[in-house]
Design a protein around this ligand. Structure first.
Ligand SMILES: Nc1nc2c(ncn2[C@@H]2O[C@H](COP(=O)(O)OP(=O)(O)OP(=O)(O)O)[C@@H](O)[C@H]2O)c(=O)[nH]1
Ligand SMILES: [Mg+2]
Length: 478
């Protein structure tokens, strides 16, 4: 939730140069409602503003010290008792002189202190402007700043771990390393051009081309990591699949713990894909699923239902996990198997859920369990959406399967942004052209373009307006 502070478009606060303005900025960086509220101030006026508010000069020996202070307005009226921490440039988050002011968390106090800071010359920060300045001042790389945003937005432990690693600079180090290697190739090819008549093997075209291979491999791996990256951050896609009336929507609702999909005894109740996100815990970790409840599959459906069924199959094909719900009382194998055969089950994790256990005798349970084992070589999971028996066990199995899908090596860099994937693909195309280049001049040009394509990942060649765009979807105060 964003605090309700004056909008950045407020004419008294707005600054036409936006992110490029060098004015001192201020914003709350904790949401309203906590016991303590923290305001951040950054820019050349920050220490003067701090001195005016606290009534004491802030000296270099106060750097990073928490100073208990009584904050006063220029009228002398006390605003609050607060802890003010000055940070002297460049040893601050933004690289500029900064203050962190911890006040009592009342929204009214926060607002009054912020108003006083504005009256002393600061303006409200734009979304992500503190991080923007940190990048501009070389305090962190662009991918680290993005990691800050991802850290705040992380919904599950895997996204959190990834963001923390990115924050430590892992992505930047990897991509900058590849870029440095390309740079070296450029330098060598320039040398090769200069020494063309002396036939130096080290800088000959074939030798330089040899060195492209491993760099291209690393870039290709990075592109391939995106699928997992988006699943880590946004959830693992799971499709609930089966014949009409099998109990798919009932199971979906039981998992979610809410009445999300319509359930009825009429076959063909669900007609479209119903999507919902669900966070599950397994082995002490939270993982996010993107669950889809789908239309049941049957022959002789009308036109609308047939469209729904196509969507079911598409969702199943695109999912990592397939939950096949089978009506325990009436499996209907002959109807189900043709649809299952249209999906490449080997490429997915597949769970068989046997529904309506409450309607069945123990002997019937055993018979159908044996049948599932015989047909698919796996154990079926019995559940009842009426008394919820077995649902928690399936949830656990789903979480473990999802975790298996997104598992990654320690510190393996995983791309999470589509624009980064596009940039790396662009670099790969340049390296392919370099591999086919007929002389060193063309080779050097293509390698140089490849380096340029990697710019957005390391934030070195981004024009300010693009940087501004990137930071505009941060929250205020970051
Ligand atoms: N006794 C019992 N009835 C169930 C159970 N699960 C579902 N039902 C009933 O079975 C009928 C069909 O349930 P749904 O969840 O709508 O089935 P569906 O697979 O979503 O059906 P479609 O949307 O038509 O494809 C409803 O009358 C449910 O109340 C269960 O575990 N036990
Ligand atoms: Mg349904």
């Amino acid at each position: 939730m964003q605090p309700t502070w004056p909008a950045a478009s407020d004419p008294t606060q707005a600054d036409p140069s936006g992110y490029l303005s060098e004015r001192t900025i201020a914003a709350p960086c904790t949401p309203p409602g906590g016991a303590i509220g923290v305001l951040r101030v950054s820019g050349s006026e920050a220490l003067r503003i701090g001195a005016a508010l606290t009534g004491r000069a802030l000296k270099p020996e106060d750097d990073r010290k928490a100073l208990f202070s009584r904050l006063r307005q220029d009228t002398g009226q006390v605003l609050d008792e607060a802890v003010v921490t000055p940070f002297f440039a460049p040893r601050s988050y933004t690289g500029e002189d900064s203050l962190e002011i911890a006040v009592h968390g009342s929204p009214r106090i926060m607002e009054r202190v912020l108003d006083a800071v504005f009256a002393l010359g600061a303006r409200l920060a734009l979304p992500g402007e503190f991080s923007f300045r940190a990048v501009k001042n070389g305090k962190m790389s662009l991918s680290q700043a993005e990691a800050v945003r991802e850290l705040v937005a992380a919904e599950n432990d895997f996204a959190l771990e990834l963001a923390l690693e990115k924050l430590s600079g892992s992505q930047h180090r990897l991509v900058a390393g590849i870029r440095d290697n390309l740079m070296q190739l450029c330098v060598l090819s320039e040398l090769g051009i200069d020494f063309a008549d002396q036939d130096v093997d080290e800088v000959s075209l074939p030798r330089l081309k040899e060195r492209l291979g491993s760099l291209k491999e690393m870039l290709t791996e990075l592109v391939g990591s995106f699928d997992r990256g988006s699943r880590l951050a946004e959830g693992v896609p799971v499709t609930i699949f089966g014949l009409p009336n099998a109990g798919k929507s009932s199971f979906f609702n039981s998992l979610l713990g809410e009445d999300r999909s319509i359930v009825s005894h009429l076959a063909g109740t669900t007609r479209d894909v119903v999507r919902e996100r669900l966070n599950l815990r397994s082995a002490g970790k939270t993982v996010t699923l993107r669950l889809s409840d789908t239309a049941g599959l049957r022959a002789g459906a009308d036109r609308i239902e047939a469209i729904g069924m196509e969507r079911t199959l598409k969702s199943a094909v695109e999912s990592d996990l397939l939950v096949v719900v089978i009506d325990g009382a009436e499996p209907g194998w002959e109807n189900l198997l043709p649809y299952l055969s249209r999906i490449d089950l080997k490429s997915k994790e597949c769970l068989f859920v046997l529904s309506k256990s409450d309607l069945m005798t123990p002997a019937e349970h055993v018979r159908l369990s044996d049948e599932i084992r015989g047909r698919f070589g796996v154990e079926g999971h019995w559940i009842s959406s009426v008394n919820h028996e077995g649902v928690a066990r399936v949830a656990d199995a789903l979480a473990s399967a999802a975790i298996r899908r997104i598992g990654r090596g320690r510190e393996e860099v995983v791309l999470t942004r589509i624009e980064h994937v596009r940039a790396v693909e662009g670099a790969i195309r340049c390296l392919d052209r370099a591999r086919d280049a007929s002389d060193l001049v063309l080779f050097a040009t293509d390698v140089r373009h490849g380096m340029g394509e990697l710019g957005p990942l390391i934030g070195e060649t981004l024009p300010d307006d693009i940087l501004g765009k990137i930071f505009s979807d941060f929250c205020i105060g970051k």
